[in-house]
Design a binder for this molecule. Sequence first.
Ligand SMILES: [Zn+2]
Length: 645
Amino acid sequence: MKKNVFLLLIVISFISSTAQTITDIPSMEQKAHEGLYSKSMMSNAINNYDIKYHRCEWEVNPAVLYIKGAITTYFKPTVAGFNQLQFDLTDSLTVDSVKYHSTLLTYLQLPGDILQIAFSSVIPVNTLDSVTVYYKGIPPSSGFGSFHQGTHDTTLHTPVIWTLSEPLGAKDWWPCKQELLDKIDSVDIIVTTPQANRVGSNGLLISETQSGLNKIYHWKTRYQIAAYLVAIGVSNYSVYSNYVPLPGGDSLQVLNYVYPEDSIMAQSMTPDIINTIKFYDSLTIVYPFANEKYGHLEFGWGGGMEHQTMSFVGGFSHYLMAHECAHQWFGDRVTCGSWQDIWLNEGFATYFETLTEERYFHSTFVWQLQQRILNITSIPNGSVLCTDTMNVSRIFDGRLSYWKGCYLLHMLRWKLGDSLFFLALKNYLTDPLLAGGYAKTPDLKAHLENTSGQNLTNFFNEWYYNQGYPSYQLFWNQVGNAVNLTVNQTTSDPSLSFYEMPIPVEFKGIGHDTIIVFNHTFSGQTFNATLTFTVDSVKFDPDIHILSANNTVTGIPDVNALINRITIYPNPVKFDITLSIQLKKTDELTFEMFDVAGKLVYSKQEIIPAGSSVKTIPAEHFANGDYIINIKGSEINYSGKIAKQ
Ligand SMILES: [Zn+2]
């Protein structure tokens, strides 16, 4: 799911404070969610069966806010003594009857949006059975619309109905199991609507049949699907297709259902998805629903929603289409296993959208990363882990679930390298326990670790479970070919004192430019490198691999080479006075010694070379007592006291 953040982001970032303003935009999305789910965030239904199949028969007229439906569900009980079944269904809809084979069952609509169906006898565990729920009514009016009825075309005011169930709005318009536990194995979607309309939905269009003044659209999908990804859009859509070549010579249909008034614009913009899908195919696995289709269905929400095989989009910008398309891999094929893990959907879609920027618009890629960092670090705390799944504004927090999640992946790619990172994602997407099902963060971590051989426990503790970000302070100097670097680190949130990362540092001199990666394991760590050119400048993380802010780089003079220093010993002295001299540059020095009466007892001028040297003054024949030694040069004015014994 995505609000049209990017276009707004560009406009706003040139007006004023970028970071503050960007964070306001996802909050618009969150406010819409809050109205939708203030009543009951999580499913209250008992999970005692495995859902196999839905046949969804709906009657809708886009001019009327109303739905009439018959949902046939095939299921297998998973517990002994199974004699009742619960669906999530709003109590705003009226259940007319529940049919079991040819008999009617008793049912209750319980508080908490539960439809409870009682069977007359126990159905044995693992026995395939079915039940049909007949219902009707006005779906609840909600935020940005789990079931929205409105119009498009400012002149003609053409009616439209569309659905957007994520995360928990499916129950607003059909009886289902909407908790993230059990995907539906396959679905038939059969919609009857006045004949001026077309119906877009998941999977393949099987038939389009005239029935009196109505048309019946039959869609079916044979891929596993989460309840919140089942969707319909009904209006006078114009239809056309784009085609994406697939490896092996086949092609993938991209079926576009667009408003007639936007058809010309859409046809000029949707071909952009062809390169995006080819690019995604090359990064991980081939488009996961290739036996059916991909598609765009235009709807009236200012953003997009990744309904499986048919993303609903409010426009056709590259970024919106790239984001929703990426969800087909991350979100639809492998779905977050709890709302705590929402970043597995949104962080990935945001990152893959960002990867298209790197691939196709490289000149703005670093700028894009900088904008993301500005936003993430505009507040010192917050974790990618969603700590409050009862709070929809937290689940869909743009700063944390989308952008910090995106940056977490960018850093994993940096840490593992491109080939291992993308291989790990491929393994994650093809894991039979996850593909077509649900995943949690430890599942992703296990694949990254198994593929790379790296232990990522610290990484996930730092970047996923804990809060905030690091700031780096670098100090460097160069003596001859030796470059010395000290790297300190502070953190923005007290929950964590240190982030262990490989840090890239760029050294530049005339005609030279080198990046060296240091493994930073503690604050105050010093590193040495040999560089055969004079370093003029040092830059921390020039390509912005690491999520950090307020970094500083300070060149410090080398103590040995650059500070004038004179040390006299021993004191008191018996024979020779030793002068240890360090000079920044070669200089002519005057050495004078006076006794306590002010009498000059020793005087000499001598050229002393830059660097360290030692000079002696024979004092064996001086009378015992105190003496003053003065040493003067162009940058030296030293005076010291010494005793002769
Ligand atoms: Zn999204």
